[in-house]
Design a protein around this ligand. Structure first.
Ligand code: GTB
Length: 218
């Protein structure tokens, strides 16, 4: 039995690896765990069958035997705890890597998502011109802090970990904004993540869904 994850049948990002199944695919590739993918339309995501797996009717989910999980961070943590390669053995280093996972999802991702959602859905609102610079300033603040902490290190705390995996996927959501480019060390950090063979395999797999070249589900 291999785990099954869910992903968009047709991702709005046109296969640019920005939807949250990407981080789960990447984690599975890093640890060498084969997986199956069940593709869902927006309509199917809201049906009772999927809501039984995901209370909010979203992707990704993760099913492995009796275990059903939702929330990409929880799924990546589960994978990292059950396989070698994504969390350090040393207990303190492991706790710090997990702290970076939370930092990526709770501290860095929210302002990035807020800015992205406003730009996508609220651009025509009368208050957008006033609000947009504030949202951008919040993202800038977080990037300044992250950039200072990373410095010239390759990864956030020693070797590559699930914390870096999540942080790189979060920062990728700034693609096209020009904000990341204000910090060459963060650009290099994201590029290092994207250069990992496991990342490449995950990216190609989700892109193949969009281009229609993914193998049929087995
Ligand atoms: N906190 C949850 C997690 O981390 O798993 C959030 C899950 C989530 O937001 N899922 C989104 C979803 O299912 C897909 S990833 N949305 C459908 C719905 O809510 O009805 C978010 C996403 C979507 C599209 C892009 N994109 O096109 O660039 C990027 C990110």
């Amino acid at each position: 039995m291999i785990p099954t994850i869910t992903a968009f049948e047709r991702s709005p990002d046109r296969g640019r690896g920005l939807a949250r199944d990407m981080r789960v695919r990447w984690a599975l590739e890093e640890v060498g765990q084969p997986y199956a993918v069940r593709l869902l339309s927006f309509e199917a995501m809201k049906q009772p069958a999927h809501r039984a797996l995901h209370p909010f009717g979203q992707i990704p989910t993760y099913e492995d035997g009796d275990l059903v999980l939702f929330e990409s961070g929880a799924i990546v943590l589960h994978i990292a705890e059950r396989h070698a390669g994504l969390l350090p053995e040393d207990a303190n280093a492991r706790a710090r890597a997990i702290a970076w996972m939370f930092a990526a999802l709770n501290t860095v991702e929210p302002p990035i998502v807020d800015r992205g959602i406003a730009a996508l859905l609220e651009r025509d609102k009368p208050w957008y011109a006033e609000r947009a610079p504030m949202l951008e300033a919040r993202v800038r603040g977080r990037l300044d802090e992250l950039s200072s902490r990373l410095g010239d290190a390759d990864w956030l705390d020693g070797g590559f970990s699930a914390g870096d995996l999540l942080m790189v996927t979060v920062l990728r959501r700034l693609d096209g904004s020009g904000l990341l480019e204000e910090h060459p060390n963060l650009c290099a950090y994201v590029a290092r993540g994207e250069a990992r063979p496991a990342y490449r395999r995950a990216f190609e797999a989700q892109l193949a869904v969009f281009t229609g070249s993914a193998p049929p589900p087995g």
